[in-house]
Design a protein around this ligand. Structure first.
Ligand code: SF4
Length: 372
């Protein structure tokens, strides 16, 4: 990874002074955060993040969700070179799931105690808005489940395709039954790296679509994908953009991001995987998980991505600031195509949480608890 020099000003304070300011949730400059991630011992970061998790969640609950990820279509007019999932419009392997198939998947999810669906897909150039709204209405009417669907990138794609504003797209989806929005497509919100990765939706477009959702009162999740060729500085810039957006949303009396989920790039079968074949180490992931918890102290929950790092390192993440272990992911097609094939049942997640000394509580996708 390319590293940049730290400014003289950020070099004059001691690391201990910086860590004290982090513990007090004071604001640090970009270079000061860079010093923290480069110079702090892993154990110091872990303890600070664990302390903040406990301050925010003194009941020592770790939440999880049983839901199903439904990838309704792989057809996409973006050509992100880190993605193994999409097919260009007109490609013979492109698909759009028929409604009936989606209903069957939902019924399977309900049968194993699930509360909702996380539905995401590519940026389809031809599906009309009514395809999305009719599907949401049907799912809500038939099953009454929580609908956590359509990332800001998809909202951007729909706005572009239908010539509507982000707010108008989101209003139409909410009127049809949408409950909350997942943070997919955030990756790293710095255009220098997004252009290199050939990502259609730029950082401001993603942030604007997300802010429109926040202003409409929707709960959403924030994400960060690390290890796809970005610099440490770009990771810090990403965290700062999410922190600032959340500050504006909270100031407007909106819940905004209810959770933040950092995960690692999965290189298999992706074009960029030939250049970046190695996954981020568990150590580096856990350090950034802890730093994310500390940086984003205005977002209540942090989820460890056991799906990309595996359950063994996922359970370690519960001591690095995470208070949520995510989903059983009954079905997942995007990152499993890129090499992450970890599986877990609800009982496995419950056991992991208990074995690590926390109290497991099942939740919905918007982090509302389903049990005490
Ligand atoms: S990451 Fe999303 S937007 Fe990019 S090519 Fe894949 S499906 Fe399309």
């Amino acid at each position: 990874m390319m590293t940049t020099a730290i400014s003289e000003q950020a070099s004059t304070v001691t690391l201990n002074q910086l860590l004290t300011r982090v513990a007090r949730r004071e604001s640090l400059s970009q270079d000061e955060w860079l010093r923290v991630i480069r110079e702090a011992e892993t154990e110091s970061l872990r303890q600070l993040a664990d302390q903040l998790r406990h301050e925010l969640h003194p009941d020592d609950v770790v939440t999880y969700v049983v839901d199903r990820n439904i990838n309704y279509s792989n057809v996409c007019f973006s050509v992100c070179n880190f993605c193994a999932f999409y097919r260009k419009p007109g490609h013979e392997e492109g698909y759009v799931l028929p409604y009936e198939e989606i209903y069957e998947k939902v019924e399977e999810m309900i049968a194993v105690g699930g509360s909702g669906v996380l539905m995401q897909g590519g940026l389809h150039p031809d599906l009309p808005l009514s395809w999305y709204t009719t599907l949401l209405k049907e799912l809500k009417t038939r099953y009454g489940i929580h609908l956590h669907c359509f990332s800001p990138t998809e909202v951007y794609g729909m706005a572009k395709t239908f010539g509507l504003s982000y707010a108008d797209v989101i209003k139409a989806l909410v009127d049809a039954g949408l409950d909350s929005i997942p943070g997919g497509g955030g990756e790293i919100l710095v255009d220098e790296i997004r252009k290199k990765r050939r990502t259609e939706c730029n950082s401001q477009e993603w942030l604007d679509a997300m802010e429109a959702a926040h202003q409409l009162g929707l709960k959403t999740t924030g994400t960060m994908m690390i290890g796809y060729g970005e610099t440490e500085t770009q990771r810090i810039q990403h965290l700062e953009k999410l922190f600032q957006l959340q500050a504006r949303s909270l100031a407007a009396g909106k819940p905004g991001f209810v959770s933040f989920i950092p995960w690692t790039f999965q290189p298999d079968n992706t074009p960029i995987g030939k250049v970046i074949p190695n996954r981020l180490s568990a150590e580096e992931y856990l350090r950034w998980l802890a730093l994310s918890r500390l940086y984003l102290h205005n977002i209540p929950n942090v989820q460890v991505s056991w799906l990309t790092v595996g359950l063994a390192d996922g359970r370690r993440g519960l001591h690095f600031g995470a208070n949520d272990i995510g989903s059983t992911m009954i079905e997942e097609n995007v990152i499993s195509k890129a090499g992450a094939n970890h599986k877990a049942t609800e009982q496995m997640l419950v056991n992991v949480i208990s074995e690590e000394g926390f109290r497991p509580v099942k939740r919905k996708a918007d982090y509302t608890r389903l049990t005490d």
